[in-house]
Write a new protein. Structure first.
Length: 336
């Protein structure tokens, strides 16, 4: 087992998928111990640190990476298994951002209403108790919420020499903002360029489905991942597998197109991996699918299609890569 540790200096952050030089080379089978900064670059620390004062766009949502995976070529699939995701600070930040979010005017959904005010909420993160503390900005109400760490942004370099801002989710992955990207999950990403050039960031101490205001409980993360490479396996859009579900994603605007992509991709996955005829897969999906919204605030919206594995035939996807990487994760934990 080869373990690689990487804690980037702020000067080493990537701000795009594609167009950034590789931070280092890694190999399939490696374990990576990584640190990621929060989406604000650690600059939102109190109620006066509003985005318009502390962030210089487009330098938002810094990524750790990209990593060049030896042997990865277009047409392959990169598997990233999240061994652990743990907040590296005892606080997280959330905020309202003018002209950003699902319930306000944006530059893409224009209206004459004034932008929402900039307000900052600071959450206490209790790692020992597994909680984050919400406090209302107006009034005395507070409540503990369960800690549920995840990564909002995971992706590879896009195809065709494209460079995409780290805020954008699309077929390469990126800022999908789904709580399903938590410890124990395996993310499958189609490789578009030599080396894949994958990055991750945007750690959330917790986030509701849809990320309605556009900002979760943003915090820095200590994350361990195991990586593998599946040769000659096409994955057109990011997929996720955990112990209970197989999950497909779609990112687009309008929202119904994101829904269509995710569910069309699931029909394809059921056909290729589980032996369904296409229209049988469509009918099956209609009866068993769960369709949570990942985000309805980013430049593209992201929708998921989830199918419980208990309803599927015994065949396993991607040559049982998820189970193999779980074994690697367990071996890593025992070795530590």
């Amino acid at each position: 087992m080869n373990v690689v540790s990487y804690h980037p200096d702020p000067s080493e952050f990537a701000w795009t998928f594609g167009g950034a030089p590789a931070a280092m080379k890694v190999n399939p089978g490696d374990i990576l111990e990584l640190w990621t900064e929060d989406a604000f670059g650690g600059k939102v620390r109190g109620p006066d640190d509003v985005i318009s004062k502390v962030i210089e766009f487009p330098f938002v949502n810094p990524q750790t990476g990209p990593f060049f995976v030896e042997g990865a070529e277009p047409g392959d699939t990169l598997a990233i298994h999240f061994v652990s995701i743990e907040p590296s600070r005892d606080w997280g930040a959330s905020t309202l951002v003018p002209l950003f979010g699902a319930l306000t005017s944006t530059h893409q959904t224009a209206s004459l209403q004034d932008p929402l005010p900039e307000i900052v909420w600071i959450y206490e993160v209790d790692r020992a108790r597994g909680t984050v503390l919400y406090r209302a900005s107006a009034g005395d109400y507070s409540v503990e919420l369960p800690l549920d760490p995840m990564h909002g942004t995971v992706g590879v370099a896009p195809a065709n020499l494209e460079s995409r801002l780290s805020l954008v989710p699309d077929a390469h992955g990126g800022n999908m903002d789904t709580p399903e990207m938590r410890a124990g999950a395996t993310c499958y990403l189609g490789v578009n360029v030599e080396g894949a050039l994958f990055s991750l960031g945007d750690g959330h101490a917790r986030q509701g489905e849809g990320e309605t205001c556009g900002v979760a409980v943003e915090t820095a993360m200590d994350t361990v991942i195991a990586i593998d490479l599946i040769k000659d396996a096409l994955t057109p859009w990011p997929r996720i597998e955990n112990d209970e579900y197989v999950i497909t994603t779609g990112s687009a605007r309008p929202l119904e197109d994101a829904f269509r992509i995710a569910h069309s991709e699931m029909v394809g996955w059921l056909s290729e991996a589980y032996g369904f005829e296409k229209l049988d897969a469509y009918q099956f999906l209609t009866q068993v699918s769960e369709s949570p919204l990942a985000n309805v605030c980013d430049p593209n919206y992201t929708c998921l299609a989830k199918v419980p594995k208990r309803y599927l035939p015994s065949e396993r996807a991607y040559a049982d890569t998820h189970a193999k990487l779980k074994d690697v994760a367990e071996a890593y934990r025992k070795a530590r």
